[in-house]
Ligand binder design. Sequence first.
Ligand SMILES: [Zn+2]
Length: 406
Amino acid sequence: MSGEEVSRSPGTTLDVVRRQNLTQVLRLAHRDGPISRAELTRATGLNRSTVGGLVSELRARGLVEESEPHPTRKVGRPSPMVVAADDTVAIAVNPEIDAVDVGIVSLGGRVIRRVRYKNERIPTPTEFVNIVSAIVDGMRPELDASYRTLGMGLAVPGLVRREDGRVLLAPHLGWREAPVSAILAKVTGMPVVAGNDASCGVVAESVFGAARGVDVVVYLNGGASGIGGGIAQGGTLLMGAGGYAGEYGHTLVESAGAACHCGAIGCLETEVRRDALLRAVGLNDADVDRLPAALALAWREPDSAGAREVRRQVAYLGIALRNIVNGLNPRRVVLGGFLATLLKVVGEAGIASHLGVALPGARYDVGFVAATLGQDVLLVGAAEMVFAPVLEDPTLMPLELEPATV
Ligand SMILES: [Zn+2]
């Protein structure tokens, strides 16, 4: 082993402990910031000067910033507030059938800028790469002048292989075996990671949204092209062996149901569909924004086509949820997109009543809530994939300054 290799080895126990402490402080600033040094001291159980040293090192690595004391805290010695650095960013990308969204997302989970490229037709993988690289080229002066860019994250509506970000199948985009991550890495010169869109969603909602601080979370999102799902425990994604866990859109809910594009019949996403809800209240795909109000109105008339369709879909959703609740014992199920609309129309009790005879233990542990991050959710989740290695080991970021002495 050469000397250089020795210096890159995990190091002494003291180094390991320090790295773990840096990770703990960075994660708190990332998820809960702005947070005072006093709160960091309480949350970590470390002493005040140790926390001061860790904050100073994270600042020197460009990962946190300190602001003025919180104006509402008038009692006691004011403590400066620690936040994840706003100028450390990821490029987040979400290809969809109608548009490609590209955002600059800060380490604290804020979407700083968002560019939406409206597709005239569904982009091929090559067209997608061209669209993204053109948008990133346009952002380049701003990125170079103001930000430290750690890489690019893609939230893809499909099956993405964990090890290399290859898109094995994105059925609604018509992509098969598409190495878009590798090509984008080559074209942009940035590290690129990719994951399933709903997996990005569950991480974003776990870290910043409706399931913040919740231990076991399942996220189901209903969009134009179907239903995606993700599972997280303690803010970390449960990926499965190859990265494909959480495909609840293809769980069986109707054994005499319609054929699904996946080859099976009676999948959740063939029975629970946004277009069927739109049709039931006389709307079309362009009227998605009006769907919540139209369904709420229809729900007041139990015999209306809208109310009947809501009852039919909630019953099927209940079958899928019963399997999820019995199989995973989640604390919270977060529903996004038009599934959040269904939840708001029938209420949490309306969803829970369709769980049927889910076993009592798991059934009493679970709550159903609507997603809260709205249109930012997938970009925030895609950026989290980029930030994950640095959140795991902040010393991956070079020291840009000498840490201040405390
Ligand atoms: Zn299916």
